[in-house]
Write a protein that binds this ligand. Structure first.
Ligand code: SF4
Length: 525
């Protein structure tokens, strides 16, 4: 048997390190070390119920495990094949019990292709990744495919970038590949900064080799020999695990010169960002990588043609890169068999807010918001009514109850006045003031504006001032119109995507909850 204990940041905060130590001690004390292994793994997503422990091969899943529970688990489950009932999932509504991870409603409707290995891998051991087929895609690409064939496969998969804009990754890669400049770069955008979002963190901490493998494949396809991880320094475990993954890949000949005897050379450099949200924007990130202040620049020429040090640079986010080995290994047809016409594959969301089951979920594109929130998320706690869900990060939008049957997909969410963003999903109940929600997100973006252009820097500041007044009962007639004017100016005239999308929380809440704005202003409360 193998005991897998989530050692992601969420479970560590709930005592996972003590649980791992207790298992090691107990297994040693009982003389079981020769037959039972213990490993700290990546995050399986059910952060609400951490620390999560899964015992293989039976896949028995225990939740909220503490060090004091360990002797009972070892005695009952490992030695006597009995289930410790009190640590199993019990549905709060039906009382239904689930022993296996796959029987828990939170996991049952998910389709975990990118996240699935997190709970099976000790992210500090490349051998765990290799044992599950890791680097098979790289071996296939370098051994059996030309660089152009790798690019064509990614284009055929129609994978759209998981970081925000949803631009087709293959077309972005093709632009870099076809650019005349011979020196090119591939970059991982690991600067996840959305409040309430931790999709990339879970992959960086839990399965760093999957991202690294995707990056090497990207380098091969576009003709780049240098790759970068731009990772926020607030993710220390992620930074540590990436460094370790790079060292191990070098040791196995999967990075460096003449990879797997193919003649392809590739090296990777890790750069830690200093926590500026705007550095998630492509040009700001590349400017920061060059050692300058991370401010966006005009995109007269796209960064895949003229990016880092004015050279062709492919920037994709963590989740996009982690999908690439799967596409190369299993094929584009496998990838396109899941999803909607315009949004293929699965998407990871961080499901947070007023929701029973908080955590990371991976679902096929096209699943409805209702299914995600109720079937997987378990609905709204304390018998409250659902009011809205905010998708797309701080510059996303709020989607009301009558659109709960909306399918999640890049275009569907944009049409509803929100966006996919990188996958934040914040659920709000009937007690939430939607004007205050808009005020909160505008406050965040006001702080994070780099200040380079006036519509964003001053416009957001004024929007925040007016929204604060409205929520304090000091709103005036004409405030809504003034907010609309400021929002329109920011959308039209801001330099980068941060400013252009910043008014979304206001615009979407006004569109669907205008009566709340009017009530604040008219009733002075
Ligand atoms: Fe900076 Fe905002 Fe202008 Fe972007 S839109 S360049 S964040 S001031």
């Amino acid at each position: 048997p193998c005991v897998s204990i989530c050692a992601g940041a969420g479970c560590v905060a709930s005592g996972a390190d003590e649980v791992i130590a207790a298992f090691e001690k107990e297994i040693e004390a009982k003389g079981l070390s020769a037959t039972v292994s213990t490993k700290g793994t990546g995050c399986p997503g059910f952060c609400e119920q951490g620390p999560v422990v899964v015992i293989y091969p039976e896949e028995i899943c225990y939740l909220q495990v503490q060090a004091k529970d360990v002797p009972e688990i070892v005695a009952q489950t490992i030695e006597n094949k009995q289930v410790v009932e009190r640590l199993c999932f019990k549905d709060p509504a039906t009382g239904e019990r689930a022993v296996k991870e796959s029987d828990i409603p939170f996991y049952r409707s998910q389709q975990r292709t990118v996240l699935c290995n997190n709970i099976k891998i000790d992210s500090k051991r490349i051998e765990d990744y290799l044992a599950l087929g890791g680097y098979a895609a790289l071996a296939k690409a370098l051994g059996q495919m030309t660089d152009l064939e790798v690019l064509e496969e990614v284009k055929k998969s129609n994978i759209r970038g998981r970081g925000g804009a949803g631009f087709p990754a293959g077309r972005k890669w093709e632009g870099s590949r076809n650019a005349k400049e011979p020196i090119k770069y591939v970059i991982v955008n690991a600067d996840e900064g959305d409040p309430g979002a931790f999709m990339d963190r879970a992959l960086l901490e839990g399965n760093p080799h999957s991202i690294l493998e995707g990056l090497i494949l990207g380098g091969y396809a576009v003709g780049a020999h240098e790759g970068y991880f731009y990772v926020r320094q607030e993710y220390p475990l992620a930074v540590k695990n990436i460094h370790l993954a790079i060292q191990q890949a070098e040791h196995y000949g999967l990075l460096g010169e003449n990879i797997l005897g193919s003649g392809f050379d590739f090296k990777v450099i890790v750069h830690q960002g200093a926590g500026a949200f705007v550095c998630g924007e492509s040009t700001a990130l590349m400017t920061s990588l060059e050692g300058k202040a991370g401010e966006p620049r005009p995109k007269y020429v796209r960064s895949n043609v003229k990016g880092l040090w004015e050279r062709p640079s492919v920037l994709n986010n963590v989740e996009t890169w982690a999908n690439i080995p799967l596409i190369i290994d299993k094929g584009a047809d496998w990838f396109t068999s899941v999803g909607t016409d315009s949004s293929k594959g699965t998407k990871i969301f961080s499901l947070v807010g007023k929701i029973t089951n908080t955590g990371l979920v991976e679902v096929p594109m096209g699943m409805t918001l209702r299914e995600i929130i109720y079937d997987i998320g378990g609905g709204i706690p304390n018998n409250k009514k659902f009011k809205a869900v905010q998708t797309g990060g701080p510059s996303g939008g709020c989607i009301p109850e009558h659109l709960l049957d909306l399918q999640v997909g890049f275009d569907e969410l944009t049409k509803a006045g929100s966006m996919m963003g990188s996958g934040g999903m914040i659920v709000m109940d009937e007690d939430t003031c939607m004007v205050d929600v808009a005020r909160y997100f505008i406050a965040f973006l006001t702080d994070e504006s780099c200040g380079k252009c006036v519509p964003c820097r001053e416009g957001l500041r004024q929007m925040h001032r007016i929204l604060t007044n409205i929520t304090k009962g000091k709103g005036k007639q004409g405030d809504i119109e003034l907010l609309e004017e400021l929002a329109e100016t920011a959308v039209e005239a801001s330099l980068c995507a941060l400013g252009k999308s910043a008014p979304n929380p206001f615009l979407s809440t006004l569109k669907y909850f205008r009566e709340e704005y009017e009530a604040h202003i008219n009733d002075k409360k």
